[in-house]
Design a protein around this ligand. Structure first.
Ligand code: SIN
Length: 365
């Protein structure tokens, strides 16, 4: 089946379900009898990803082109969104999320701040590939200067697949972004009916639908029966309490990640220092441990003014400060995984090179 036929089938199903009826909790009622309420204005900023992915067949869930479909196609495929919000869209990028770079992050962050400063926008949804979704979400969590809802959404199945998860995820994300109760919660991630905080939630499975989890801290809420439910708050600093300001930045400092493993060496540390890297996040073993050789490389990097953050390759848990971090000028990542630690370190380096002050950021954010 080609893309046009697949999307036509999706649209037909959607309009049959939504055309003359709306579906509140408890059953269908004629739209004409529905209470007239002022709908929130929600802007969708599209960046690409599987949610906008197109495959050669409707059973293909791998090997497809991410980011192939534009924002108008995504919006038109879910006409039900018009019942819950005044939705408009804008294309920021059309890439698979491994290709989201610092330039796209800055462009997106500045546009989100510009839009949220307007009374005409009540909330923002960002469509994004799932592979690096948590990095963009955590970046926005640190640089957005508004308490209005910002929701990053993705999908594990391409838009052309049978039972694609994108349309309902997008509908739910719009529902969340337009909800005044979702204000002040930091950037949220919405997939599979779960509301995750950008600070805590990560991709944990390569292909399964329920890949986004917050193993230690839990989701902050859920969507059920068309209603948003909230259960917890993020107390780490974010959005309006964050000191990070990207409004005048045209680039971010280069920060790289090195993985720790048996028999590793200092080679890559030396290479990053020589290449002008400003920060190195170590995905160390266990509680952020480094081999003797890697440690020597990291110590010399720190002596040359490169910020070194010890994180962990384990996937969950806290990297605690060790007795030697003071003498080595190392920073411990707290519970940030390497990819989120890189985001915070880039922003921290826009303010200071002092390892003690950088550590304070990792303790607070
Ligand atoms: C991507 O991250 O762009 C591809 C994978 C996905 O969106 O699930």
């Amino acid at each position: 089946m080609n893309i046009k036929k697949i999307l036509a089938a999706t649209l037909l199903t959607s309009s049959l379900l939504s055309g003359a009826y709306i579906a509140p909790v408890g059953g269908l009622v004629p739209a004409a009898h529905a209470e007239q309420v002022k709908l929130p204005n929600v802007k969708i900023l599209a960046t690409g990803g599987t949610i906008a992915g197109s495959a050669a067949s409707n059973t293909a869930t791998t090997g497809y082109t991410a980011g192939a479909l534009g924002i108008d196609i995504l919006i038109n495929a879910v006409p039900e969104m018009k019942e819950i919000a005044n939705v408009t869209g804008e294309q920021i990028a059309s890439v698979g999320s491994p290709n989201v770079n610092n330039e796209i992050l800055l462009k997106l962050g500045k546009r989100v701040n510009e839009l949220l400063a307007s009374d005409e926008v009540d909330g923002i949804v960002i469509t994004h590939g799932t592979d690096t979704l948590e990095e963009t979400a955590y970046f926005l969590n640190l640089v957005v200067k508004s308490d209005k809802p910002v929701v990053v959404v993705g999908a594990m199945r391409p838009a052309t697949a049978i039972s694609a998860d994108g349309p309902f995820n997008l509908y739910n994300a719009v529902k969340l972004a337009g909800d005044p109760a979702a204000k002040g919660k930091g950037t949220m991630m919405l997939l599979n009916d779960r509301i995750g905080a950008a600070r805590f939630t990560s991709k944990t499975n390569t292909t399964m639908l329920d890949t986004f989890k917050a193993p230690e801290d839990g989701y902050i809420g859920a969507i059920a029966g068309g209603k948003n439910y909230f259960y917890s708050e993020v107390i780490r600093k974010h959005t309006t309490k964050s000191v990070f300001d990207i409004s005048k930045l045209s680039e971010l400092p280069q920060v790289d990640i090195l993985y720790g493993y048996q028999n590793d060496s200092r080679l890559l540390y030396d290479a990053l220092v020589a290449a002008g890297s400003k920060g190195i996040v170590v995905a160390g073993s266990g509680n952020g441990s480094l081999s003797g050789q890697a440690r020597e490389g990291a110590i010399d990097a720190a002596k040359k003014g490169v910020a070194v953050v010890r994180s962990s390759r384990v996937g969950s848990g806290i990297v605690t400060r060790s007795a030697t971090d003071d003498t080595n000028n190392f920073v411990a990542s707290d519970s940030l995984n390497p990819q989120k630690a890189r985001i915070l370190l880039m922003l921290a380096l826009t303010q200071t090179n002092d390892p003690k002050k950088i550590q304070a950021f990792f303790n607070e954010y």
